[in-house]
Design a protein around this ligand. Sequence first.
Ligand code: ZN
Length: 416
Amino acid sequence: MTLRSLSLLVSLALCTPLAAHAVEFTPQELARASALQKTLLTLDSHLDTPANFHRAGFDIQQRHDHNALSQVDYPRMVEGALDGGFWAIYTDQGDRSEAAHVHDRDAGLLRLMDIREMLAAHPDTFQLALTAADAARIKAAGKRVVYISMENASPLVDDPSLLSFYHLAGLRLLSTVHFANNEFADSATDKKGAEWKGLSPAGKALVDEAVRLGIVIDQSHASDAVFDDLLERMPVPFVLSHSSAKAIYNHPRNLDDARLKQLAKAGGVIQVNAYGGYLIDTGKTEARAQAEDALMKQLGGDYDGMTIAQGVALKQGLDALDQRYPLRKATLDDFLAHFEHILKVVGPEHAGIGLDWDGGGGLADLPDVSQLPKITAWLLRKGYSEKQIAGIWGGNLLRVMAQAQAHADKLATPKK
Ligand SMILES: [Zn+2]
């Protein structure tokens, strides 16, 4: 992870006082919400937690709260009634040289191995899920659900045929691009602007191959032109694993209402994000960004190489910076403004949850996964049915996955 992405990440791990009007729930509402979540599948479509798997001192079976590096572990998953979700193979976009392509290839494979090793080390608590039906079976066996996703396809530039290897190893959700354009697609946030005006020829071939294998395509981080290309090209629905609403906060990572409607019409799903910088204008100054960079240097300057214990020092350092360079921190209210708007535009059958945990997500009053029943309590308060809530917490996303897999099966069946 770069210092730039780190500064985005850590700025969100701070505690600031809540606004007076912040939404609150009674203990009874939260207990009912938690009990309901336990009866249905509660999945998050974007867990960056595998970034912690290699980190010295990190143990997914242990609680690591009050730590700027960790929002997800087994004890907090149990507390928040989170059954699991899509665990990301995230790769920082390299400079696109030949050497960078090989580096990205290796980084992706290592992150895949990190996930597989976590599964191998904890067979009683976590299990790999491969089909849409697997999640319910794994939950019924008393374990947490691990679908594997890839955020940024840069590990595939060197050799796109590796996609079939990733599929064999469990990959079921694939995004093309991250903060900057790559060989497959334009990013929503590349300062240089469009390079391909959507998907590149290699990106189109990659998407077609993913469709053939039954891997779901994830539009998050890609430009609006990529969305339009996917809409035209895809024979099956696609998703946005962690994105929010442009009508509520005009950021290129968010989706406008016209495209939200097109997504729903095509059967797709948007999983609403809780990444503060996409929900609100945090008012971050250059001075604050520089102070964060200086703090990182003080702690060794290597985000990936930090120990989990250093995450506590990082949090304390950031709390101190917060006094000197205050930021507006997104709250549950800010998230709910996006969520409510999206639910209105696409309907509850086309919305879900992807809060960007361990990747910069989380809210002042929902700092880690232990607090997830607040979202369910809000849905219940708003009158959503248990069936609709089950769709939002995973059913909708799994429906898209089942469609992708059924289509791949049909393609693989020889015509009579
Ligand atoms: Zn992301």
